[in-house]
Design a protein around this ligand. Sequence first.
Ligand code: BG6
Length: 469
Amino acid sequence: VNESRTFPDDFLWGGAIAANQAEGAWNEDGKGVSIADVVRGGIISGVSDKEIDSDKYYPSHEAIDFYHKYKEDIALFKEMGFTLFRTSINWTRIFPNGDEKEPNEHGLEFYDNLFDELIKNGIEPMITISHYETPMHLVDAYGGWENRKLIDFFSRYCEVIFNRYKNKVKYWMTFNEVNNMHKIPFAAGACRIEDGPDKLQRVYQASHHMFVANAMAVKLGKEIMPENEVGCMLSLSAFYPNTCDPEDIFGAYQYRRRSLFFSDVMLRGKYPSYTDRILKEHNITIEKEEDDDALISENTCSFLAFSYYLTSTYKAGTPIFESTGGSMGYENPYLENSDFGWPIDPKGLRYVCNELYDRYEKPLFVVENGLGAKDTVSEDGKIHDDYRIEYVKKHLIEINEAIEDGCEILGYTYWGPIDIISAGSGQMQKRYGFIHVDKDDQGNGTLKRVKKDSFDWYKKVIASNGEEL
Ligand code: BG6
C-alpha cells in the first residue's frame, strides 16, 4: 500500500444527495408529483400508491426539509471543506407534469438560489438530471420510458436547465444508476414492468429510449455549454465469481456485462457486439428510428460516474438477467456486513476503478460511496461513529491506490453527508451522514442538525487533500 497517499491537486471532494431524499417541500412553489412522492417504503421498493393518502406518512414529502434549510446545511458542508456537492434537480420542480411546454419559474429560481449559495461558499454543484424522481404524470399518461415520447420531454427539460445553469454547473449526469433498469424499472425508468415473459423486451426497449435521450442530452450539452461535461451514472458495486469453477467465472463475467452494457453504449457509442446474442436468445427486438444509432455514436458521455457500496458473488446456475449494481448474490466469507447487511469491501473499489478505466479510458467519478448505519446518540449528545470513519478511510485508501494504478479519478462525493431518507426503505434509521438529523422513521423529530465525530475527521481529510486519513 502506498503510504504517501497523494491525491491530484485538483481532486474534488464532497458529498452527494438526491433532491427527493432531502428537499421535502414536495408540493410547494408549483412542484408536481414525482414517482418518489407516491411511495411509502422507499422508491427502490417500487410499491406506489395510486392516490396520495393524506393520513399516511410519505418520507419524501418533508424528508429533511433541505428545501428550506439548505443555507444552514451548506454552511456545514463549507466547514468540512467541500469543493463539490452533488445533488439532483427534481424534474417535477421544473416541469411539474413533465409534458408542459413552459417550465415552472419558481422551480428554476429555487435551483438558482441553491447553486448561488453553494458557489458563494466555494462549492461547485454537480447535477444528476434524473435521480429516481420522474414526474408521475409521465408514468400514468405515457408509461414512463417505455414510451419514446419521453425523449422529447427529457430533451426539453435538459435544454431549459442547461441554458439556465450553464455558468453555474460544469458536471452533469443524465440518469442515476441507469443500469438498474433491470432490477428496479420503476425507480430507474419510471416504468411499471413486472416480472413476466415480456420483461426483458420491455426493459431493453425502455433502455434504448434512455440511450437516445442520453445522447440528446450530450448533444444539447455540446451546443449550449461546450465547456461543460455530460456524463453517465451507473451502479457499479462489484461482482466476483463465487469460486474458481470456470462456470462461476464465466457466469460472473456475463452477469457483469448486463451492467457494463449500459456504459458500453453511452461511452463507446454503440451497442456492444455481445448484444446480438442476448437479444436473439431472449427474443428481443429493439425498435429504433433511423437516426438513433448515429446520434448515439456521435454523442458519447465524457466521463463515467458511479456508485460503489458493496460487492457480492455469483454462483453458476443463477439466472443472468439483471444488473450487478446492488445485487445480492452469494455470501462472501471474506467480508463483513454493515448493520444493513451490505458486505463491506474497500479493495473492491480499487478493482472496479481499474476494471472501468481499463475498459473505457475515460475519467471516472466516484459519486456515491458510504456507510448506512444504525447510529446512536450518546449520553453526551454526540454520535461517535468511528465505524463510519473506518469505512470511508479504507475506501479512500483504495481510490488512492487506483489513482496510483493509473486510473483517472476526478473526485469523490460521499453519499449522504447529512442524514437523508433511504432510497431502499424510506427509513431515516439507515444513516449515512457526517451530520445527524433528528428525525425518525415515522417522521417525528426536530430536524436539528448535529455534527458526528466523522464530521471533523472528513474535514481533516479534505484539508490535507487526502494525506491525513
Ligand atoms: C443508490 C441510490 O442506489 O444508493 C441512492 O442512487 C441511495 O439514491 C443509495 O440512497 C443508498 O441506498 P439506500 O437504500 O441505503 O438509501
